[in-house]
Design a binder for this molecule. Structure first.
Ligand SMILES: [Zn+2]
Length: 149
């Protein structure tokens, strides 16, 4: 299980290698994403709190990157944080996510990206529930739910 200490080490020293890489130009991403998905995932945007379609959905399934379809999170690690964004306590596996320190807006935060295609997903904070203590705060627009049935 990842903890804040390991997340900080990834952000400072470098991330784990992903299983595969997907690289496209902005024009190629624009062709397959909605304008809002493009703004958030490729330009590090943020959706308005409580606006996301996946915010209050707890159906069983995988949360895949909207850009490259790689599973990033699953419903067993999703929780209601009250923040207005879908929240998770762990990635589906350690090398699915990459971390980078983000100094935007004068705050030091840790940005969360898909390690396969570098899609911006959101941020991770050290105030999540035990045992990991992590809260991955993710944009609904960055993911698509692959429901189990
Ligand atoms: Zn991706």
């Amino acid at each position: 299980m990842l903890t804040w200490k390991e997340v900080m080490e990834f952000a400072v020293r470098g991330n784990l290698e992903p299983d595969r890489r997907v690289e496209k130009t902005d024009e190629e991403w624009k062709a397959i994403l909605t304008p809002e998905q493009f703004r958030i995932t490729r330009k590090k945007g943020t959706e308005a709190a409580h606006s996301g379609a996946l915010c209050s959905i707890y159906d069983a399934g995988l949360y895949n990157c909207v850009c490259c379809n790689t599973p990033l999170f699953d419903s067993t690690i999703k929780f209601e944080s009250g923040s207005g964004w879908p929240s998770f306590t762990q990635p589906i596996k350690p090398n699915a996510i990459k971390y980078e320190k983000d100094n935007m807006y004068g705050m030091v935060r840790v940005e969360v990206m898909c390690s396969t295609c570098d899609a911006h997903q959101g941020h991770v904070f050290p105030d999540g529930p035990e045992p990991s203590g992590l809260r991955y705060c993710i944009n609904s627009e960055s993911m698509k739910l692959d429901k189990e049935d």
